[in-house]
Design a protein around this ligand. Structure first.
Ligand SMILES: [Fe+2]
Ligand SMILES: [Fe+2]
Length: 139
């Protein structure tokens, strides 16, 4: 069980590192709103893949199957996925409708990235605690 727990936490950290790298291109300069809208749409694809990884067969699935006491917390993290997806969808629409992009739009993107990173930190902490509890219960 300990081996499995370590691998869940490690898999999540690796997935977060990969997602952060994939999304780094959002900070590079763009020439047009259409290009930005395309970039954001690509980011959403990566993000949805990542969320699916966590929800189906990943840490959320494992906790929901094994630790009923932690269901509420998993639900909250799951709701954050929906919020992050909606925020990004809104940014895609805003970029697509814009005639030019200014610094305030770049700040909105940074704000979204900050929200995502905060979500990832909460997940990393949650998984650490959830699987430490699980190991404790099994001992
Ligand atoms: Fe997540
Ligand atoms: Fe995540």
């Amino acid at each position: 069980m300990e081996q499995q727990s370590l691998s869940v936490g490690e898999a999540l950290l690796q997935a977060h590192n990969a997602l952060d790298k994939d999304l780094a291109f959002l900070k590079r300069p763009v020439t047009t709103p259409a290009e930005m809208s395309q970039r954001l749409a690509m980011a959403r694809q990566h993000l949805r893949q990542h969320f699916r990884f966590e929800e189906e067969g990943g840490y959320m699935d494992m906790v929901l199957r094994g630790q009923p006491n932690l269901h509420r917390r998993v639900e909250q993290l799951h709701e954050e996925h929906e919020t992050l997806d909606q925020m990004l969808t809104h940014l895609i629409a805003e970029a697509a409708a814009a005639t030019k992009l200014d610094a305030s739009f770049q700040r909105k993107i940074q704000c979204w990235i900050d929200e995502l990173k905060a979500h990832e930190s909460r997940e990393n902490e949650f998984v650490e605690v959830a699987f430490t509890q699980d190991i404790g219960q099994k001992d």
